[in-house]
Design a protein around this ligand. Structure first.
Ligand SMILES: Nc1ncnc2c1ncn2[C@@H]1O[C@H](COP(=O)(O)OP(=O)(O)OP(=O)(O)O)[C@@H](O)[C@H]1O
Ligand SMILES: [Mg+2]
Length: 476
């Protein structure tokens, strides 16, 4: 639930937003002018502003400037109609979160709102280090082991510089938390922090997300778009999973590091930008270089300041405080009393080798809590949760369908690929197959049977999509 301010001179539009967002469990405030909106922001800042570009008095661009002066981390979505897009684009260039074209499709705007709220939350919610406070925030970094002390020191050392930082470590060790801690302790803490996940976004879209494009750069580029790097100007950009970044984009990031400028797709002129880059990966970059998947020159640029996060099994004294922290936090989230755990249960946690690290520990405790019977969790509860097979999260089918629809829509709109149909179907098929393999613990015969495919067909697809098969049952 968030507090959202709508600024529009059209009372009907204010009303429909109020209705829509209240249904979504948000609190809504409205203002008819940017001046009135600004007063609200000064008095008690909302979590998000959605503002029209054309307003009597101050327009949306001026309004957004003024609001960001008061609240630099306030995400602002600008609404624009045909004919005023240039002003909206101008606003995103100055750091407004995004703009949407009127008339809009409700599921589309709900997605933009969700993303904007998440970006705002990440900027504002403080990451506490070593969890010294009694009521640790949901984003605390817990652990006082020696290797973690080194991590805190490293964060302190690099935060105050403007150096590029590379965060490395196995999956689930807390790289994202560390990236946010660096940002919050840096000189750029009151400037934007934008996260780009390099694996979650398909290659063609990743490029336009990061660098933006000019009108007409490709079919579907109906107006200019400002990329995230330019939007983060003056701030920090977090390139998560950089080890999976396509080579073509690696070249452009290298240029950004060397020349402090970017070029939009279809653009002719370099645009100077001032962003600090923090990157993270769980990949073996040295191996990726040897295989020609990662540029060595970029690697050298990035690795000057490297923070290594130790795997959980190398700091077993952190397991107990982490478990206590997650039990307290998760049981509060699940609105139940914290059942605690027995000392036998603690030994089970101590002796397990956490290949999924902190994330796996948290998932295990969550599973154990679901079946908790109001008595302290025992050794058996935890063994069951650890070895209980893959977790299947329940999902809301409508919102997932809508997400997939949006994903396809963006791909179709921004693609230069010739075999787009095949490529979308392949992406989908590879997810289906990898999930079937996950569920069967990597057993190909059973996966083939589940999917109604012959074994050779399944095998051919595994090779085609280069799927990695995990034979152990993992729970993340
Ligand atoms: N030291 C820690 N204290 C508290 N929570 C932690 C700690 N380390 C990780 N977590 C939690 O574990 C989960 C995974 O952490 P995070 O997403 O930062 O991992 P990651 O290193 O980025 O993993 P991946 O490589 O898989 O992306 C998150 O929910 C995070 O809040
Ligand atoms: Mg991560």
């Amino acid at each position: 639930m968030a507090k959202i301010l709508i600024v529009d001179d059209d009372p009907q539009l204010r009303q429909s937003f109020e209705k829509l967002l209240t249904q979504e469990d948000h609190t809504v405030q409205t203002a008819a002018t940017a001046e009135a909106g600004l007063e609200i922001v000064e008095e008690s800042p909302p979590d998000l502003v959605i503002m029209d570009v054309r307003l009597p008095g101050m327009n949306g661009l001026e309004g957004s400037r003024a609001m960001r002066k008061v609240e630099p981390k306030l995400p602002i979505i600008i609404m624009t109609a045909y004919g005023t897009t240039e002003t909206a684009i101008e606003a995103t260039k100055e750091g407004a979160f995004d703009y949407v074209l009127k008339p809009f499709h409700i599921p589309d705007i709900l997605i933009v709102i969700k993303n904007a709220l998440e970006a705002g939350r990440i900027m504002r919610s403080r990451v506490e280090m070593d969890g010294t406070s009694d009521t640790p925030s949901p984003d605390a970094i817990i652990g006082r082991s020696k290797p973690m002390q080194e991590v805190y020191k490293a964060i302190g050392r690099v935060a105050s510089t403007d150096a590029t930082v590379l965060i490395r470590g196995e999956s689930g060790t807390g790289k994202e938390l560390v990236a946010r801690a660096i940002y919050q302790h840096s000189m750029r803490a009151d400037r934007p922090f934008l996260v780009i996940n390099c694996v979650a976004i398909p290659e063609t879209l990743l490029e336009s997300e990061l660098f933006g494009y000019e009108k007409g750069a490709f079919t579907g580029a109906v107006s200019r778009r400002v990329g995230k790097i330019q939007q983060a100007n003056g701030g920090t950009i977090f390139l998560d999973e950089i080890g999976d970044m396509p080579l073509s984009i690696q070249a452009k990031i290298l240029r950004l590091l060397q020349e402090k400028s970017i070029e939009r797709l279809g653009g002719r002129e370099p645009i100077p930008v001032d962003v600090r880059i923090v990157a993270a990966t769980n990949r073996d970059l040295e191996a990726a270089i040897a295989e020609g998947r990662f540029r060595e020159d970029l690697y050298f640029r990035l690795k000057v300041v490297t923070i290594w996060l130790p795997p959980l099994r190398e700091r077993s004294e952190d397991i107990e405080p982490l478990a206590d922290y997650f039990l307290a936090r998760l049981s509060a989230d699940m609105k139940m009393d914290n059942p605690g755990m027995t000392s036998e249960a603690k030994s089970v946690l101590q002796s397990y080798s956490w290949s999924g690290n902190v994330r796996e520990l948290a998932n295990t405790l969550q599973k154990a809590l679901i079946f908790n019977r109001g008595v302290p969790l025992g050794a058996e509860d935890l063994s069951k949760a650890i070895h209980g097979g893959p977790e299947i999260k329940s999902v809301d089918k409508d919102s997932i369908t809508e997400t997939i629809r949006q994903w396809f829509k963006q791909r179709i709109a921004s693609s230069h690929e010739e075999n787009l149909f095949d490529s979308l179907i392949d992406d989908t098929a590879s997810i289906v197959i990898s999930e079937a393999l996950n569920l069967t613990g990597g057993n190909r015969s059973r996966a083939a049977k589940l999917l109604g495919l012959s074994r050779p067909t399944l095998q051919a697809k595994i090779e085609k999509y280069r799927l990695k098969i995990e034979t152990s049952v993992s729970s993340s």
